[in-house]
Design a binder for this molecule. Structure first.
Ligand SMILES: Cc1cc2nc3c(=O)[nH]c(=O)nc-3n(C[C@H](O)[C@H](O)[C@H](O)COP(=O)(O)OP(=O)(O)OC[C@H]3O[C@@H](n4cnc5c(N)ncnc54)[C@H](O)[C@@H]3O)c2cc1C
Length: 102
């Protein structure tokens, strides 16, 4: 990182000669934000939309249509943010707590 700018934020600075090439046969791109179809494919009781996002029966408690299963974060919202995923986790935890109290 370079020196902080007028707002105090340091910016990345290109280091000449620091990049290099690697010879390879296959490259797997291991980033992305599509939902993993494994769970929805193997668990038909979970309702999902066309993009594989899990649908909620009770959004206030992040409860899915499957009994005793709660979900939140990107698998419900699609590509979102860490803050939103944390909020969903918190809501699901509260929903699970309410269920257990009964
Ligand atoms: C390249 C990139 C950059 C991003 N940058 C930002 C950013 O700067 N700020 C920000 O707020 N958000 C950013 N995001 C979004 C953020 O990462 C997500 O919104 C957040 O991580 C969602 O959290 P999650 O817990 O819902 O899902 P995830 O973090 O994806 O966690 C799901 C977990 O479940 C695991 N899993 C999947 N299938 C199975 C299975 N069958 N069995 C067991 N485990 C399984 C996965 O390995 C993963 O660990 C970025 C996303 C990407 C892809």
């Amino acid at each position: 990182l370079g020196e902080p700018d007028e707002k105090g934020r340091p910016r990345p600075v290109k280091v000449e000669g620091a990049s290099f090439e690697i010879e390879c046969d296959t490259v797997l791109v291991a980033i992305g934000n599509g939902s993993n179809p494994l769970i929805s494919n193997t668990t038909p009781e979970l309702s999902v939309d066309k993009k594989g996002h899990i649908l909620l029966e009770d959004a206030a408690a992040n409860k899915t249509f499957m009994e005793k299963v709660y979900a939140g974060g990107d698998i419900v919202l699609g590509a979102a943010t860490v803050i939103l995923a944390m909020g969903e986790g918190r809501r699901a935890a509260a929903g699970i707590n309410e269920f257990l109290k009964k």
